[in-house]
Design a protein. Structure first.
Length: 303
């Protein structure tokens, strides 16, 4: 039976292997190219990206610029830093994403000595906010980089975006993807958005579980119960966290002790000088042993 070859030698000769991060499904290069391409008349001016990534237990927010040698991180903030500001539970939800975005915005502005000039939106009302340029310096501008996340309405990525906007960063955006945007009304409901920023959606779920499934509430919110956080007190907790972030957004060095020297299970590699000294020592031992053997033979011959 004749079978037509679908992939000829010409196909394999011309086949071009994709970039590694495309092969492993980590980078959308079509989006990345558009985010990092800089106008030629701006020469070597960095083009900053506001990068947000989520893990199972953490949120990573970074301000990054691309160079030929590789990406350079100007500043970063993580959800695991939030316990320092008074939030020790729920570090990966919409409200925590807002706090992480706010922390990064205040941190980068303090680093650039622009924090007094651009305070942002101090009271989070849920309404859309864009920073206005001041007289002296223009606001710090960055472009939102969401990675491979599906940009659905109410996604946590936009919680981090809202936090950065309220923190005083200039990020081009639309209010169509914030939590509370109505598809039918085609407008943002600020009250619904405010509810998400202050963890109101979590509080309502807690109340529902307490009434309907107390056992499930005990297991799902066990950490909240340990910390003594109740549904009605969530908003006050987040308000304190926002105030604490604005008071001191600087990076705090880890207080963990330096790691102890690890036990080696293989021989340490010697330097050239050490190897040379070892060889000289071995030759000296060998010569002395040979000399001692020769002396004993001479004594036997004399006898």
């Amino acid at each position: 039976v004749f079978v037509k070859a679908q992939k000829s030698n010409s196909y394999f000769k011309r086949y071009q292997v994709k970039f590694k991060r495309r092969r492993v499904g980590k980078t959308d290069y079509r989006a990345r190219t558009r985010l990092i391409n800089q106008d030629k008349n701006k020469y070597n001016t960095p083009k900053y990206r506001f990068v947000v990534r989520f893990t199972n237990k953490d949120i990573v927010a970074q301000i990054i610029s691309a160079t030929i040698a590789g990406d350079i991180v100007l500043a970063s903030a993580y959800a695991h830093e939030l316990p320092r500001y008074g939030l020790s539970v729920g570090l990966s939800n919409y409200a925590a994403a807002y706090c992480t975005g706010l922390l990064l915005a205040r941190r980068v502005l303090k680093m650039l000595e622009m924090d007094q000039e651009y305070e942002g939106n101090v009271e989070a009302s849920g309404e859309d906010y864009s920073v206005e340029p001041a007289d002296a310096r223009r606001p710090f501008r960055a472009l939102l980089d969401v990675g491979l996340v599906r940009t659905t309405t109410g996604n946590r990525v936009f919680g981090a975006l809202k936090g950065a906007l309220d923190g005083g960063l200039d990020i081009p955006h639309s209010d169509k993807r914030f939590a509370g945007y109505g598809k039918d009304s085609k407008s943002l409901d600020a009250e619904v958005h405010r509810k998400y920023i202050y963890g109101g959606h979590i509080a309502s779920y807690m109340k529902t579980l307490i009434e309907d499934e107390p056992e499930k509430y005990q297991s799902h919110f066990s950490e909240y119960i340990k910390k003594g956080i109740e549904a009605d007190g969530l908003e006050a907790v987040y308000k304190k966290v926002h105030a604490a972030i604005r008071a001191d957004p600087t990076v705090k060095k880890s207080e963990k002790p330096a790691p102890k020297a690890h036990k080696r299970y293989n021989a340490k590699k010697l330097t050239y000088e050490e190897r040379k000294a070892k060889l000289v020592e071995r030759l000296n031992k060998l010569n002395s042993a040979t000399g001692a053997g020769g002396d004993s033979d001479d004594e036997e011959d004399d006898d």
